[in-house]
Design a binder for this molecule. Sequence first.
Ligand code: ADP
Ligand code: MG
Length: 556
Amino acid sequence: MGKRKFKAESKRLLDLMINSIYSQREVFLRELISNASDAIDKIYYRALTDENLTFNQSDYYIKIEADKEARTLTLLDTGIGMTQEELEKNLGTIAKSGSLNFKNENEVKDGHDIIGQFGVGFYAAFMVADVVTVTSKALGSDEAFKWESKGSDGYTIEPVDKESTGTVITLKLKENTEDENYDEFLEEYRLKEIVKKYSDFIRYPIKMDVTKSKKEEDGDEYVEYKEEETINSMVPIWKKNKNELSDEDYENFYREKRYGFDKPLKHIHLSVDGTIRYNAMLFIPESRPFDYYTQEYQKGLELYSNGVLIMEKCADLIPDHFSFVKGLVDSEDLSLNISREMLQHDRQLKLIAKNINKKIKSQLLSLQKDDREQYEKFYNAFGRQIKFGVYNEFGANKDVLKDLLLFYSSKEKKLVTLAEYVSRMPEDQKYIYYATGESIDRIDKLPQTELVADKGYEILYFTEEIDEFAIRMLASYEEKEFKSVSSNDLGLGDEEEKTEGDEKEHQELFDYMKEQLNGKIKQVRVSKRLKTHPVCLTADGEISIEMEKVINAMPD
Ligand code: ADP
Ligand code: MG
């Protein structure tokens, strides 16, 4: 038997498409706007090679119009338009992308601007509309045609009158039902919101008649009137040159994007031209979001493909230890899946994420070096996350993060880095000493610190539960091991000579004390580490007293 061809069950396929590809139906607008933008881009590319054609920027735009009475939403563009044949081919065949063909045929060099590729986006209109009407006049043609469809039962095409080149798409919105309401897509503020969210950086103006009000000339009454406005910003700030932008521009952007109510402590503006090209705009916030250390907080960067928003919180772009970073990534090189909500390969994301991780680290280090006060501000807000980062994933990120750590120092009476500590160590000092306690005050009074301090050694104060866990994971810094001042063997040499004689002398007293403390301690010993205190506790094994407390408090 000869090979037979599959017949696409267009009707079923369309239903499937409409109901299962997109997670949010508001993206229909993103898809139609992207098509309109592609249509204008095509004229732009034509003009590059066609002498008879000039591309006059101001002639090209997209316009959105909502008619509440008729329940229609109309999208007009002054792009390249479609011939009868093209209407048939591109809108009559699911998964047929005229835009992909255009890119292939025209060898568009910087044609990454053209967004379309899958040939399905248009049908997203049927998520919100019962009837879709497309009136189009192709560039250089005198005829115009109307394509109309109610969705799954096919379409009609007939000639119409249309004066100017371009396309007008009219959606007759679905009737509201008990569960579903489509009225939102007729509301000015909502349409604006959706455009801002997904299509703010489409390079052509997206216009809309916006309701305004003004005072009557002779009277106090306000009257409403309509005025055409461009509702997208068009040029993404991250594609601008760094030299053109001031700190204020970055701050405004941070606020506009609602990354936070504070000011960003630092911005990182990247424009990478490597194996994968992308722009990134990252911000380190000044203060901690109120829900930062809770389950509710979601990390992630916004992901754009060619200026069109794909994902609001792409968690894979940012490691947990830098989950406080806000911002976005925009790349032309992402291979999107059909819904444009996900990527086909996470290899691209991994590459970008790796790079971003490196950049954030180096920027934080330079902040630490150049502006210690700001760095401490950052550390007060997010230092704990860095420490968790050292500890988590079995210390996989400890080397990335160790130099970002700060601890309070007994000597400096302020926060110091491990590098600073080690650089000051006297030659005979073997370990990096630390003491744990609830607060700096409490640690100051710890008897265990006396001997080490007496030696003139610096002690790091650990006041957060995570501190010691993180440092244990680190084990050492520049080959110097960490040592708790309450550990058995302080490594101080002579101070800890044998105390056996003394032990015997007091054996009876020690036995009595142990009996009275009834299993709470393992042993009572003579200590040489005490100076002004009569007694102190030391830990027996690897686990310090403070860690033991934390572990005991953990739920089973
Ligand atoms: P894609 O954009 O991925 O190609 P769509 O389903 O969104 O797929 O659109 C299918 C095709 O229809 C496009 O490739 C384009 O050729 C044509 N098209 C859609 N909208 C327009 C428009 N406004 N102007 C001109 N052509 C359009
Ligand atoms: Mg499209």
